[in-house]
Design a protein around this ligand. Structure first.
Ligand code: ADP
Ligand code: ZN
Length: 657
C-alpha cells in the first residue's frame, strides 16, 4: 500500500479539516483582499485619497476645468459627488463636483477626452453589505453548534483542534483498582501480556485481537478497566469519546480518527480507548429514519479503514465501551475489528464489598463501619455510584468536623444516592427482589431437572440495563443449529418455570413473565406450523418462513383453513396448560430446593450453575428422590466451559412493563 502518499495527502487535508475556524478566517481575508483589488481600484485611477503607488491630488473644481481646457487630461471618471481625472503624465486628480455645471460633458467631448462614469459607494458600506450575509450565516451556525454541543457534550472550542480532544496519558491505574469484575479482568489479561511482549506473539504468528468491546451499564468501570490495561502494560493510553467525533463539519470526525491512529501508531505499543462507541457505530439500518448521517458514516468508515489498515503485528489494541452492543453496526463486529466482547457487569454483593474497599483506601474510615451493610443496601448500583457514596459520606463527615467517616454518614449517603438514582436507573425494591429471586429460581430448577433442557450457567438478580430485573444464563449444550422435539418442549417448560414459581411461592403473578410466555407460545406455534411436530397439522407445513430480502422480518400469508387455525390455537392453549400444570407439580415437589436457591440468591445475588445443581442434588438425596438432574460428564463439562466463554447466549431477560 502506498502509505507515504496517502499520508501526505492526509497532512494537507488535515490542516484545513482540523482548523475550520482558521480556514474560515483565511478564506474571508482572501475574499476581502480580492474585493479591495477589484472594487477599490477597479476604476484604474486610484481612490479619492492617495493610495498605493498612485498619488491622487485634490484640486478645486476650477483648477479641474482649467486642466480640461488645457487638454492636459487623458481620462476622466465621473461619479455622483466627485470626479477623478488622469493627466497625460500619469498624475491623478480628484475634485468635488460643483452642482449645476451642465456643460462639463460637452467640454470633454470638445476636447476629445475619454470619460466614463463610476459608482462611488463608500468602501465601508460596500464591504459591510458584502459581509452581512456571511455574518448571518456564522451567527446561525454558532447557534446550532452551541446546541449540538450541549446535546453531545463536545466542545465547540475543541472543534478546531483534534489533538485537544484526544486524551493521551500514561495511566498509573492497575488491575487492583478495578474491583468486582474478575471475569472481565481475566479476559483482558491476555491483552496486557501482548502489549508487554508483542515480539513473542508476533514470532509465533498468533493472532491477537485488535478490537475489544467492553459492554456494560454506565459507571461499571469500563473506562477504568481500559486504563488499567494500559497501566498494567505500561503503555500510552489514547482516549476519545465517540460523541466528540460527531460535529457540525463533515470530515472533522474522520480527520480526528486518522489523527488518533497516527498518534497511537507513533507511540505503539499503545491502547486506544473509544468511549460511547455507539455514537458513531450505530447501525446504519437503525438510524435510517433520521436520514443519512454523513458525518457519522464517514467517521465510522474511517475507523473501519484504520482498523483494517494495520496488521496484527502492530501492537495497538482498541478498546471500546458501550452499554448497547445490540445497536452497533454489524460491520464493526466483524472479525479483525471488534470481534471480542467483554462483559463488565454490575457488581454483585461480593463485588460491591470489593469496590467499596478500593474506594475506602483513601478515606479515614471509623472502626464501627460495616462494609457488608453498605453493600447489602446498594444492590443494583454500579461502581461509580459506590465511589460516589464513599466520597459523599466523607464530605458529610467533614461538614460535621468528624475525624473519620462513620456508619451513619455512609447510610445517609446511600439514602441520597438511591433517592437520586431511583428515577434514573433500575434499582429493585425488596418486593421486586423477592419476585425476581423466585422467578429466576423457577427457571433454573426446570432447566436442571428437565431432560433436554439447556443447563444453567448463572442465575442473577442483579438488574441489568433498564429492562431486565434478573436473568438466567443457559449454556448451549453444544453449538447446534437443530433442536429435537423433546428439547423444544423442555425449553417451553423452562420458560414457564418462572411464572409458575411466582404463582406457587408468592401466590400472585406479575408482568415479569410476559416475554417468557410469548416465547413459549412461539415455540409451540412453530412446532405446529413449521416443523410438522404435532398431530394437528401432521406433516403439513402451514407457514413457510419467507426471509424477506432486506432482512426486514418475516412476512407470512395464511395458507390454511379457518378450522385449522382454530385447532392450532386450541392445541397451543391446551399444551401450554398441560405443561404449566406439570411445571407447577415439579416446583411443588422441589419446594425446599427453590427456597434454598432463593436464600443463596439473596445472599450472593449471582449464583453459578454448579451451585444450583448442588442444591438440587442435595435436596434429592435428603428426600430419597431419584435424581432428575441430567448428568454431564467431565469431558462435556470442559467443552461447556469453552462454549460458555465464547457464546454467552440464550439469556433470559424479563421485561418489566
Ligand atoms: P464507565 O466507563 O463504565 O462508565 P468508569 O470507568 O468511568 O465507568 O467509572 C467511573 C468511576 O467509578 C471510576 O473512575 C471509579 O472511581 C469508579 N468505578 C467504577 N467501576 C469500578 C470498579 N469496578 N472498581 C472500582 N471503581 C470503580
Ligand atoms: Zn423469566
Amino acid at each position: 500500500m502506498s502509505d507515504k502518499e496517502s499520508n501526505n495527502n492526509n497532512d494537507d487535508n488535515n490542516f484545513f479539516n482540523k482548523n475550520p475556524l482558521i480556514t474560515f478566517a483565511l478564506f474571508s481575508v482572501i475574499i476581502i483582499l480580492l474585493f479591495k483589488v477589484v472594487v477599490g481600484e477597479g476604476g484604474g485611477l486610484g481612490n479619492e485619497t492617495s493610495q498605493g503607488n498612485v498619488r491622487t491630488k485634490q484640486v478645486s473644481y476650477s483648477k479641474f476645468k482649467e486642466l480640461v481646457n488645457t487638454k492636459s487630461l487623458s481620462k476622466v471618471e465621473i461619479g455622483q459627488t466627485y470626479i477623478k481625472a488622469k493627466s497625460a503624465d500619469g498624475q491623478v486628480y480628484s475634485t468635488r463636483i460643483v452642482p449645476g455645471d451642465t456643460k462639463l460633458i460637452e467640454e470633454l467631448d470638445k476636447q476629445g477626452i475619454e470619460y466614463t462614469g463610476f459608482s462611488e459607494t463608500n468602501w465601508f458600506t460596500e464591504m459591510f453589505g458584502f459581509l452581512l450575509p456571511f455574518l448571518i450565516i456564522i451567527a446561525i451556525w454558532m447557534f446550532f453548534a452551541g446546541r449540538m454541543q450541549k446535546s453531545m457534550g463536545s466542545g465547540m472550542l475543541g472543534m478546531g483542534n483534534s489533538k485537544k480532544m484526544i486524551n493521551s496519558e500514561k495511566p498509573k491505574t492497575k488491575f487492583d483498582d478495578v474491583a468486582g469484575v474478575e471475569e472481565a479482568k481475566e479476559e483482558v489479561q491476555e491483552i496486557v501480556d501482548f502489549l508487554k511482549h508483542p515480539g513473542r506473539y508476533v514470532e509465533i504468528g498468533a493472532k491477537i485481537p485488535k478490537g475489544v468491546l467492553l459492554v456494560g451499564s454506565p459507571g461499571t468501570g469500563k473506562t477504568l478497566l481500559a486504563k488499567a490495561v494500559a497501566g498494567e502494560a505500561d503503555v500510552p493510553f489514547f482516549s476519545v469519546s465517540g460523541s466528540s467525533f460527531i460535529e457540525m463539519f463533515v470530515g472533522v470526525g474522520a480527520a480526528r480518527v486518522r489523527d488518533l491512529f497516527e498518534q497511537a501508531k507513533k507511540d505503539a505499543p499503545s491502547i486506544i480507548f473509544i468511549d460511547e462507541i455507539d455514537a458513531i457505530g450505530k447501525s446504519r439500518a437503525a438510524g435510517g429514519m433520521m436520514g443519512g448521517n454523513d458525518e457519522r458514516e464517514q467517521t465510522l468508515n474511517q475507523l473501519l479503514a484504520e482498523m483494517d489498515g494495520f496488521g496484527t503485528d502492530t501492537p495497538i489494541i482498541i478498546l471500546a465501551a458501550t452499554n448497547r452492543p445490540e445497536i452497533l453496526d454489524s460491520a464493526l463486529l466483524r472479525p479483525g475489528r471488534f470481534d471480542r466482547q467483554v462483559l463488565v457487569d454490575k457488581p454483585d454483593f461480593e463485588g460491591r464489598i470489593k469496590i467499596l474497599k478500593v474506594h475506602m483506601k483513601n478515606v479515614k474510615i471509623d472502626d464501627d463501619v460495616e462494609i457488608e451493610e453498605v453493600a447489602r443496601l446498594t444492590a443494583g448500583l454500579a461502581g461509580a455510584d459506590l465511589a460516589n457514596i464513599i466520597n459523599e459520606a466523607a464530605l458529610l463527615a467533614g461538614r460535621k468536623s468528624q475525624k473519620t467517616v462513620k456508619q451513619e454518614n455512609l447510610f445517609e449517603s446511600v439514602e441520597r444516592a438511591i433517592a437520586g438514582l431511583s428515577k434514573k436507573s433500575r434499582r429493585i425494591n425488596t418486593k421486586e427482589k423477592k419476585i425476581v429471586a423466585y422467578h429466576e429460581s423457577g427457571h433454573a430448577l426446570l432447566a436442571e431437572t428437565t431432560e433436554g433442557a439447556k443447563k444453567v450457567s448463572k442465575v442473577s438478580i442483579v438488574p441489568r440495563g433498564l429492562a431486565a430485573l434478573g436473568y438466567t444464563l443457559n449454556k448451549p449444550e453444544e453449538n447446534r443449529f437443530m433442536m429435537q422435539r423433546n428439547e423444544m418442549w423442555a425449553e417451553v417448560d423452562v420458560l414457564l418455570g418462572g411464572r409458575a414459581a411466582e404463582e406457587v411461592f408468592i401466590g400472585e403473578i406479575s408482568t415479569g413473565a410476559g416475554n417468557d410466555l410469548e416465547r413459549a407460545t412461539d415455540i409451540i406455534k412453530s412446532m405446529v406450523q413449521t416443523y410438522g411436530m404435532s398431530d394437528i397439522a401432521g406433516l403439513m407445513v402451514l407457514e413457510k418462513s419467507k426471509q424477506s430480502f432486506l432482512g426486514g422480518g418475516q412476512q407470512s400469508s395464511r395458507e390454511y383453513s379457518e378450522k385449522m387455525a382454530e385447532n392450532m390455537d386450541e392445541f397451543i392453549k391446551s399444551s401450554l396448560n398441560e405443561h404449566y400444570a406439570s411445571v407447577i407439580a415439579r416446583l411443588e415437589e422441589y419446594k425446599d430446593a427453590i427456597e434454598d436457591m432463593v436464600a443463596l440468591l439473596y445472599k450472593k445475588e449471582n449464583i453459578t450453575g454448579e451451585e444450583v445443581q448442588e442444591i438440587i442434588i442435595n435436596f434429592e438425596k435428603e428426600n430419597n428422590i431419584d435424581s432428575k438432574v441430567h448428568i454431564v460428564t467431565d469431558e462435556i463439562k470442559e467443552e461447556l466451559k469453552e462454549d460458555a466463554k465464547m457464546t454467552k447466549t440464550s439469556k433470559d431477560e424479563e421485561e418489566n412493563k
